[in-house]
Design a protein around this ligand. Structure first.
Ligand SMILES: O=C(O)CCC(=O)C(=O)O
Length: 275
């Protein structure tokens, strides 16, 4: 079955800033992905959250393939058109009975993209629901003014800088509950976050950040992964591709990208046009 969105679904996304939901993987395939992630964690001796951020798709060939999954790209194409690049991807895992959370934030405040024609796909490898801290969004917030973010660097916050929008009304939040293998989508300007995990199992998902190929970087020259159609604009260098699981070369690249993304100084220099 096609995962493309109907005209009515596209109109709803444009009004609400999110879409729930489509299926990319069977439950068995999602369980297989979880097993692969846990095997990589075993080899690395750390949780996937620690390093698989911002360019998680360069960690292993199967993750690059997932970023190019036709069921995901058909849905994304309905929103961004036929020429699509992947700007980044991040693993979001929450341990069982963990208070770790994601504060309300807008990705557009940090991604440095112009125009803001970018959509996040959140793909579930485990059930993701209110009890285990699923993604939640503030409907219509993508149409509002840019929000101020406080950078709290709270260690319980899964975000790099603990970036937080204060004063949003939780009662307006919509919770994007998913079964393993399903995905939701939200606009790059939609305020979103998540609460802690109160269940006895992990909650694991992978967020893919797609953009239309004509979108440019406002933070200096960067790289992206072409995933569909043509790039006639050349705004982005090509991401390196992993040759094997946990390819040491691309892992190093990922580590460098992640520390640049976390660094306030680098972001400020880029905004000032110095890099
Ligand atoms: O997985 C979460 O809890 C938050 C995800 C998120 O912030 C994102 O997908 O951009």
């Amino acid at each position: 079955m096609s995962t493309r969105l109907s005209d009515e679904e596209v109109a709803r996304f444009q009004a609400e800033g999110y879409f729930l939901k489509r299926r990319a993987l069977s439950a068995a395939q999602a369980a297989e992905c979880r097993a692969r992630i846990e095997a990589m964690e075993e080899r690395l001796g750390e949780e996937c959250n620690v390093r698989m951020k911002i360019k998680a798709h360069v960690v292993s060939p199967w993750m690059t393939d997932l970023a190019r999954h036709p069921a995901i790209l058909d849905a994304v194409e309905s929103l961004l058109g036929p020429d699509i690049l992947l700007f980044g991807s991040s693993m979001f895992a929450k341990a069982a009975n963990s208070p770790k959370f994601v504060s309300w934030h807008q990705d557009s405040a940090y991604y440095g993209l112009t125009p803001n024609e970018s959509v996040t796909v959140w793909l579930a490898f485990t059930p993701s629901n209110r009890a285990n801290g699923c993604l939640r969004v503030m409907p219509g917030s993508h149409l509002e003014a840019d929000y101020e973010h406080d950078e709290t660097y709270d260690p319980q916050n899964l975000l790099a800088r603990g970036q937080t929008i204060r004063g949003l009304d939780d009662a307006r939040a919509v919770y994007l509950e998913l079964e393993p293998g399903e995905f939701s989508m939200h606009h790059v300007r939609t305020a979103h976050g998540s609460l802690g995990n109160e269940t006895g199992d992990r909650r694991i998902g992978l967020a893919f950040f797609y953009m239309a190929a004509h979108v440019a970087s406002t933070l200096g020259r960067r790289s992206a992964l072409p995933v569909r159609g043509e790039d006639r604009h050349g705004h982005w260098d090509a991401d390196p591709l992993p040759r094997l699981d946990l390819d040491p070369e691309t892992l190093q690249y990922l580590t460098d990208m992640w520390s640049k993304y976390q660094s306030k100084e680098v972001r400020q220099a880029a905004l000032a046009g110095k890099i």
